[in-house]
Write a protein that binds this ligand. Structure first.
Ligand SMILES: [Zn+2]
Length: 197
């Protein structure tokens, strides 16, 4: 008996309930994500969103990894040029700006909290992991701590679910109809701020 689905149990129908833009793994995705992240992805069960070229842009990961570790981060940005663009936002202080906007805007605060609840509900479709009950990602429900996590969530779930993730994508001019991968190769490691965290 297990409290979490295995990689085999994750069907296309289930993925589409987790996020409207989610798609099943394609044969090349694991190798592609490994190259993007610089490590073999564990617990990878789907792609939350893709670049226009088809490369994975967001990973979907099981809430409990193979060795039993709880893993709260359901959606994570993996597309190198977008990771880098979001890192630039963080480097210029956008998280502090969003946090101060949050404190001044009750409606946005409520939406950020609703995004948190929705994140947990989506993840629970893959199983319940008591160690991370009530924990989402990116600083939700009250703070803004990682724009990569919020942007990955927003990209997967579609507009109107995670408002601060939507805002981050707007600020970097994300356009899902155009591939920018070749303009900013992953190998061009020219900024320490490009590292995801
Ligand atoms: Zn691309």
């Amino acid at each position: 008996m297990t409290d979490v689905l295995t990689e085999r149990d994750v069907t296309p129908g289930l993925l589409s309930r987790i996020a409207v833009n989610a798609t099943p793994l394609r044969p090349t995705d694991r190798a592609e994500v490994a190259a993007q992240l610089g490590r073999v992805p564990r617990g990878l069960v789907g792609i939350g969103a893709r670049c226009a070229c088809g490369r994975p842009a967001v990973t979907i990961t099981l809430p409990r990894l193979g060795h039993g570790e709880p893993f709260p981060t359901l959606f994570y940005l993996c597309l190198p040029y977008l990771v880098k663009e979001i890192s630039r936002l963080e480097a210029r202080g956008e998280m502090a700006t969003m946090t101060s906007v949050l404190s001044d805007d009750a409606a946005l605060r409520a939406a950020h909290r609703a995004a948190h609840e929705s994140y947990i509900a989506r993840r629970s479709l893959l199983g319940d992991v008591p160690e991370i009950a009530g924990v989402s990602a990116g600083g939700m429900p009250e703070r803004v701590k990682c724009l990569h996590a919020l942007a990955g969530y927003a990209l997967s779930a579609g507009r109107g679910v995670c408002p601060l993730g939507d805002r981050a994508l707007d600020l970097v001019g994300w356009d899902g109809t155009t591939c920018h991968c070749e303009e900013s190769p992953a190998s061009r490691d020219d900024e320490t701020s490009a590292a995801a965290h």
